[in-house]
Design a protein around this ligand. Structure first.
Ligand code: ATP
Length: 319
């Protein structure tokens, strides 16, 4: 293999730059030319392709976001659009593509593979919602940012004997919420994998008050309920001041922590290795500390992320 392309797609995640850097430097160490595709599949379709060298990835290891840019490009679901995208790659002579993104991006990579174009997927998303890997690139950094925010809310909540509802990202995966609840000592955890019982929550809060708790922090994943309306209802019932905080996009940004830098570096390099070994339509993961790769189709269809019931139980014990 002589020429490899790399792109980042979907929501940005801290550590994506480290993954691109690893792809570039591993390629160069094997005398493979490497090309950066800007702005995800949209940029691929538009032919925004540039050759990268060692210095293209200098000073990016500590930068959040993705210097290649990312985009949502639903048009990529159309075969005719993908055919045009493949033409752009063929124009430059790029033989294989490494796609760093979430499950939507994996679908794009899979579709290209099905059209005979070799692709490898790397899990780049803060949500940790991809099967076949214990961790996705960006999850740990995002988790740390959330815990930092929860710590700050705890200070003010306990000073005012207040109830704080904190809405966290994760889409339809409760990992960020669950892990943040344990690390941040939240009293209540509401995740999409478990049915939300508002009555039970209110009773638990009241019980906590009887136990002498000065504050209550409720960790909740986005898309479950309107947290501002929930805060109002809890305040009416408990007669305690209740505030909702939606952490929003601050969760995505920031310098990647060491864990994500190392994970991304290993995955980026591993992706080049397996392309050199002739593999295609694979996605990279980490399992019990080791690099692994799976069939993208299996990853998207049959493999399910296990819900961490052990952590859910732990959060209950530590409450
Ligand atoms: P995150 O989970 O961080 O949001 P993601 O990769 O899941 O990341 P999406 O917006 O779902 O984000 O997908 C990224 C891009 O992948 C889409 O904008 C589109 O270009 C491409 N894509 C998504 N689904 C498909 C599909 N079924 N076929 C082809 N391309 C797709």
């Amino acid at each position: 293999i002589k020429k490899i392309g790399v792109l980042t797609s979907g929501g940005d995640a801290p550590g994506m730059n480290c993954a691109v850097r690893a792809v570039v430097r591993t390629c160069l160490s094997h005398d493979i030319e490497v090309f950066g595709i800007y702005d995800g599949f949209a940029g691929l379709h538009a032919g925004k392709i540039e050759q990268l060298d060692r210095h293209s990835v200098s000073d990016v290891i500590n930068r959040g976001g993705t210097f290649l840019g990312s985009a949502r490009f639903p048009e990529f679901k159309e075969e005719s659009i993908r055919k045009e995208a493949i033409k752009q790659l063929e124009k430059v002579g790029i033989e294989a593509l490494i796609v760093i993104g979430g499950d939507g991006s994996y679908m794009g990579a899979l579709k290209l593979s099905e059209m005979g174009y070799p692709c490898i997927g790397l899990p780049g998303t803060i949500d940790n919602d991809i099967a076949g890997t214990d961790f996705t690139i960006g999850f740990m950094t995002c988790l740390n940012t959330i815990v930092d925010a929860v710590d700050r809310l705890r200070d003010t909540s306990s000073s005012h004997n207040r109830i704080s509802i904190v809405e966290m990202m994760g889409r339809y995966c409760g990992d960020l919420t669950l892990w943040a609840a344990i690390a941040g000592g939240s009293e209540y955890v509401i995740v999409p994998e478990k049915e939300f019982d508002e009555e039970k929550l209110i009773k638990q809060i009241q019980l906590g008050e009887e136990k002498g708790k000065k504050h209550a922090i409720v960790a909740i994943t986005e898309h479950i309920t309107d947290v501002n309306a929930l805060a109002k209802r809890i305040q009416e019932r408990t007669k305690r001041e209740t505030r909702a905080t939606i952490l929003g996009h601050i969760q995505r940004g920031g310098s990647p922590m060491a864990f994500d830098r190392i994970l991304a570096s290993r995955m980026g390099s591993y992706a080049v290795d397996i392309l050199m070994a002739g593999k295609s339509a694979r996605c990279v993961g980490i399992k019990s500390g080791e690099m692994v790769d799976h069939d993208i189709v299996e990853c998207l269809t049959e493999m399910k992320r296990p819900f961490r019931q052990d952590l859910y139980n732990l959060s209950d014990v530590l409450y």
